[in-house]
Design a protein around this ligand. Structure first.
Ligand code: NAD
Length: 462
């Protein structure tokens, strides 16, 4: 039985090390973003707790890595089953911890978390390797895939269980053991998942979760000499620090970082579908998805009509209490983050941009209980120069900027004119144009006439 949130008192989390819950005597306050109140105490782990978790993972590695892929796959499927049985519990907990709507967590975060285990459980059954021949020497040369050891996994707050399981699943499916550290702001669903490990048959020490801040627990984990593999999702600034920590050991390092993703909309696009999807791609999860659209470039001949229709659709994107099914967005993650996102809107205004709807234009009608939560309505801006900080830096909130372009070359230049290159979206009915744009846009992932379609076979997916 998964413990769920006790609405009346603080929830106190414990680390999960060697298959056991281990209390910690230091804690960090964790806020419910929908009310602005502290509701949970998260362990403030440090090097000592990380050391214990790495030792447990090292101890579990020889036995786990020697199991067959089929044996490991069965356990991953069982874990997926157990998460799916409790979708609503997990969705409500994710919503309370992160501020997102229960609906979004129930439809996106939690099903995708379970699917992460299913996908990698299946994929390890189909690993093959190519070989090259040297007939003149009588040699066949081939590559063998082997588990590496203890993987250190660090995840962010925006899609907490979804991104954490996306790291744990491939690591353990391949025979590694893990020590994971979720964001200190959103630790609850990871802790709930630990309660399912024994029932799923995950041996003690295969999955260890240490809660705490980046500078203490995170730094101790990525800098640990017995953690040869580090996978991180988060901000570029933190990635730079982690890269420096890993460099002396030449660790295997995977980094998934920020974005400033363009949507490029040509005049021949299916405008109705494009507007509906672009509102979703700009504002889903309060705009707190690394793949959210943040710059919308529209071919000039349809620019005015697009802008009017887009603003009208954005105004219908409802923000309010996360538990209310009629809302599209809930609260942003924290007061500090809300202030940061607001500061970008203020900057756009001070630079002569027009704020068409949202922040400072539309009032939110919040229930009394949510009055101190961190809410911001869907905001659309135009008239900001491409060199502005508003167009160059990741905002990570429900804010998007619209701007016209005249030619395909100009659209490419604008799309590529930032230091990020995570994702892009192209809207056109011309197949040739779509393929040309996909090739020329410097983004890890280019969607055509859609957004957030997920295929885990690709190297970068949602
Ligand atoms: P963050 O970099 O502040 O924190 C991410 C994680 O790193 C947290 O668990 C944090 O505790 C930890 N951390 C912080 N400092 C650390 C250190 N010195 N050593 C080790 N760990 C440390 O990012 P965030 O604010 O939690 O998340 C938002 C960012 O994540 C955005 O930039 C967003 O674009 C990015 N993101 C990227 C993807 C992707 O797949 N590309 C997905 C989601 C989020």
């Amino acid at each position: 039985m998964v413990k769920t949130l006790d609405q009346g008192s603080h929830l106190v989390l414990e680390n999960f090390i060697g298959g056991e819950f281990v209390p910690c005597d230091r804690h960090i306050d964790s806020y419910d973003p929908s009310t602005g109140e502290v509701y949970c105490k998260v362990p403030d782990s440090g090097p000592e707790e990380v050391e214990a978790a790495v030792n447990a993972a090292k101890k579990a590695f020889p036995e786990w890595s020697s199991r067959s892929p089929e044996q490991r796959a069965q356990i991953l499927h069982k874990l997926a089953d157990l998460i799916e049985e409790r979708v609503l519990d997990f969705a409500q907990a994710e919503s309370r911890d992160q501020g997102k709507t229960v609906t979004f967590a129930r439809n996106v975060d939690i099903p995708r978390s379970a699917y992460n285990f299913r996908f990698f459980a299946s994929s390890v059954l189909h690993h093959t390797t190519e070989c090259s021949q040297m007939d003149h020497l009588g040699c066949l040369n081939y590559t063998v895939r082997c588990p590496v050891g203890v993987a250190g996994l660090i995840s962010p707050w925006n899609l907490p269980l979804y991104l954490l399981t996306w790291k744990i699943a491939p690591a353990i499916a391949s025979g590694n053991t893990v020590v994971a550290k979720p964001s200190e702001m959103t630790s609850v669903t990871a802790w709930m998942m630990c309660q399912l490990m024994q029932k799923a048959g995950v041996p003690p020490g295969v999955v260890n979760i240490v809660f705490g801040t980046g500078p203490r627990a995170g730094d101790a984990l990525v800098g640990h000499p017995d953690v040869p593999l580090v996978s991180f999702t988060g901000s570029t600034l933190t990635a730079q620090k982690i890269t420096e920590r890993c460099a002396p050991y030449c660790k295997k390092l995977s980094l998934e970082l920020g974005g400033k993703n363009p949507a490029i909309i040509f005049a021949d696009a299916d405008l109705e579908q494009c507007i509906e999807t672009t509102v979703r791609s700009s504002f889903s999860n309060q705009g707190e998805i690394c793949l959210c659209t943040s710059r919308i470039y529209v071919e000039r001949s349809i620019y005015q009509s697009f802008l009017e229709k887009f603003v009208a659709a954005a105004r219908k994107w409802k923000t309010g209490a996360p538990s209310d099914d009629s809302n599209n967005n809930g609260a942003l993650i924290s007061k500090e983050h809300l202030e940061k996102v607001r500061s970008f809107v203020a900057l756009a205004r001070s630079e002569g941009g027009t704020v068409h709807c949202g922040e400072g234009v539309d009032q939110l009608d919040l229930p009394e209980a949510n009055a101190k939560g961190y809410y911001m309505p869907a905001t659309v801006i135009s008239g900001v120069s491409d060199s502005s900080k508003v167009m160059q830096e990741e905002i990570f909130g429900p804010v998007t900027c619209v701007s016209p372009f005249d030619t395909e070359d100009e659209a490419v230049a604008k799309g590529n004119g930032v230091r990020y290159g995570l994702a892009a979206t192209v809207w056109s009915r011309d197949v040739g144009k779509v393929h040309r744009m996909a090739k020329r846009l410097q983004a890890g992932l280019v969607w055509a006439n859609c957004w957030m379609v997920r295929d885990l076979n690709l190297p970068l997916v949602a």
